[in-house]
Design a protein. Structure first.
Length: 679
């Protein structure tokens, strides 16, 4: 096999070369942010082939995303001057597992033509099982059941291995659904994504002859982003590596931020305990960020105890200090950041290379409002723009029909949300009557009810919602429009519908609804708000040219930008209060790793901000600076002095002497209060 003339070992630092040429035995490569880990892992594959240690089909190389797998294939193919198929066992955990499972499907009770079902099919199957077993899906949602099933599969547990906790009848009910679910999958000759890895492990454990085939074939195993692995993925790897022990895992314990998806950082931290004589190589030279950004991130992450330890450095520029700013409130924060982009950064960087990274997706609303107002293009990466989210559209539809009853599109959208037995056939009946008699859907509903032409079950639901429409219109005469929104979400059952689902997605939607109500305070009346929403959703359909990136810190992992803004560094928001309540110190360390990821996305400039007050459910709540701000090294931070946007003098740090770095009693009181709350 011809290797490209360019030496693939050139332009590497000492540690990168060491990570590539040390092929035999277990190896853990602790690769810091921007340290060239993809280059190392692909060059290591090429080196194995060049040194004739193994043929391409004797190398197993796994990662977590199809995008990462494609990039690795392309890089290896370029270095080898071969087609992309030259490394047949390079792919995601799931794609490689599917390949193995197809070959040995009978050992799992399937045939090789099995179907892999998606989440929509999973939920449909669970709904059918619940219906057959008389399980009320309003009390226990299919999404909630599916989250349990996924957790069990990530932990390597088939139904026969699960022990339901005593005193928790809900878990026993879910376990019964899990049993029927797996039985049904087998009858359908199907499996879900969780089965792909779980069934492979099951085959390896129960069919030694099959496991031996792969133990003998795979001479080298390479794993990318190992800090994101869960229990079953780690077990899958351990089984395949146990004979030759030539396993090399690459990752960064400081970027382990997906525990909510089942990732277990202990897989990374305990690697050397599982594999004796592990060689640990640290890649600490960063090729992305300036030294000030790296030092700030390193100083912050030092406060974590569960880590192998490393310190990022660069031989590039010191760069600008990380800017730290406090604003009066969330709106001023959005205005201040947009002004920095408009007046300073836009002259230096493309908008495509500027990003605003938030802890929670609802934070994007105030930035979206601001960008729409000043005509700056933006994109929400990994998410939907605020007013285009389903729960926001539903809520606005309620308001539209209250505002004017002839809004048939709004009527149709929410007449059966939540479910009230007004199905497609009933809506068609209303439409047909309306067209025939030139009536809107609401008037058509009243007339058909008076004529007793609506089915009894549908009649109950329809009468209830029509009565609510009239009540809400009366409420609007005496209550504020944002107060009415809270009433509608409560009395319609919409909030309860989301709360009953008990999953992360529904919790996020509830947060978005709270943010919607907060945003409604900015408008004098309902008509003004609805006009704003209509313009916001139509104006921003297609922005040509450059756009500022808006996304969560989770979505930003693996990306990089010239300038990064990190707003909302306040206690309760970041670190997130709910995470701390559920997982305590473990969550705090993960939140700190998330802050580290956010900081290290920036190549040239980084801006951190927090606010003195945030609007919460219609009330101004005093915010406290995140504990992470105190953990940033003073020598890498510049505290920015800003003025309130309405020209009144306001300095967040008016109690700080910048030259001497002395904090006056005013600042001390704020910090004392913050620390008391933390304790």
């Amino acid at each position: 096999m011809e290797i490209i003339k360019q030496n693939y070992l050139s332009n590497l630092n000492k540690n990168q070369k060491e990570a590539i040429i040390n092929l035999d035995g277990p190896c853990l490569i602790v690769a810091g942010a921007g340290s060239g880990k993809t280059k190392v892992i692909t060059s290591r594959v090429v080196h194995i082939i060049k040194e004739k240690k193994a043929w391409p089909n004797q190398i197993l190389c796994v990662t977590f995303t199809n995008k990462a797998a494609r990039e690795m294939q392309n890089r290896i193919a370029k270095l080898l001057k071969e087609k992309q198929s030259s490394i047949p066992w390079l792919g995601t955990f799931h794609s490689v597992s599917a390949k193995i499972l197809r070959r040995h499907a009978e050992a799992a009770g399937l045939n090789s033509r099995f179907t892999i079902i998606d989440q929509e099919d999973q939920l449909r199957l669970i709904k059918n099982i619940c219906k057959a077993e008389n399980i009320d899906t309003k009390k226990i949602s299919p999404q909630f059941i599916l989250s349990f099933i996924n957790q069990w599969k990530n932990k390597g547990l088939l139904p026969k291995n699960v022990v339901a906790k005593k005193g928790i009848p809900l878990e026993k009910t879910i376990l019964n659904v899990y049993k029927f679910y797996q039985e049904r999958l087998q009858i359908l000759n199907s499996c879900d994504f969780g089965d792909l890895i779980l069934l492979c492990v099951n085959i390896f454990e129960n069919h030694n002859n099959i496991l031996e085939l792969y133990l003998n074939n795979f001479k080298y195993i390479l794993v990318d982003e190992y800090q994101d692995s869960n229990y079953i993925q780690s077990k899958w790897l351990n089984l395949l590596a146990k004979k030759k022990n030539n396993i090399c895992c690459v990752g960064d314990d400081d970027q382990s931020i997906y525990s909510w998806r089942g990732a277990e950082i202990k897989n990374f931290l305990d690697f050397s305990k599982i594999y004796k004589n592990t060689k640990i190589i640290r890649l600490e030279q960063n090729y992305r960020s300036t030294q000030n950004i790296l030092s700030a991130a390193s100083g912050l992450i030092l406060n974590n105890s569960d880590r192998l330890g490393k310190k990022l450095w660069t031989d590039g520029k010191e760069g600008e200090l990380v800017k730290l700013t406090c604003y009066k409130n969330g709106r001023e924060e959005a205005v201040g950041i947009s002004d920095i982009i408009e007046k300073k950064l836009k002259k230096k960087y493309s908008l495509n290379n500027i990003s605003i990274l938030v802890r929670a997706i609802f934070q994007t609303r105030e930035f979206e409002e601001r960008f729409l107002k000043i005509g700056m293009g933006y994109r929400v990466v990994g998410g939907t723009k605020f007013y285009e989210r389903a729960e926001i559209k539903d809520s606005v539809a309620f308001l539209r029909i209250i505002n004017q009853k002839n809004d048939d599109l709004a009527f149709e959208r929410i007449i059966n949300v939540p479910k009230r037995s007004v199905g497609d056939s009933s809506i068609k009946q209303l439409y047909d009557w309306g067209r025939k008699n030139k009536k809107c859907l609401e008037d058509s509903a009243y007339e058909l009810l008076q004529l007793n032409k609506i089915k009894p079950k549908t009649k109950l639901g329809l009468v209830k919602i029509l009565n609510l429409f009239n009540k809400w219109r009366s409420d609007l005469k005496i209550k504020k429009h944002y107060e009415l929104m809270e009433i509608i979400l409560d009395e319609s059952g919409y909030s309860k519908m989301l709360k009953d689902k008990k999953d992360l997605e529904s919790e996020g939607r509830l947060e978005n609804l709270k943010e919607l109500i907060r945003g409604m305070h900015d408008f004098d009346n309902l008509q003004g708000f609805l006009e704003h929403v209509a313009l916001a959703t139509s104006i921003d359909q297609d922005w040509d040219g450059e756009k500022v990136n808006l996304m969560t810190m989770h979505a930003a992992k693996g990306l990089e930008f010239d300038a990064v803004f990190l707003p909302g560094w306040e206690e309760g928001l970041f670190p997130h209060q709910k995470s701390l309540e559920e997982k305590g110190d473990l969550a705090l360390e993960e939140e700190r790793r998330l802050a580290y990821v956010g900081l290290t996305r920036a190549k040239k400039e980084s801006f951190i901000s927090f606010v003195m007050n945030r609007m919460y459910r219609g009330d101004w709540v005093e915010s406290l600076a995140s504990r992470f701000i105190d953990e940033l090294p003073e020598e890498n931070i510049k505290k920015e002095e800003i003025k309130e946007q309405n020209s009144e003098d306001f300095f967040f740090n008016q109690d700080i002497d910048y030259e001497e770095g002395i904090r006056s009693p005013g600042w001390a009181r704020l910090q004392k209060k913050r620390l008391k709350r933390i304790k």
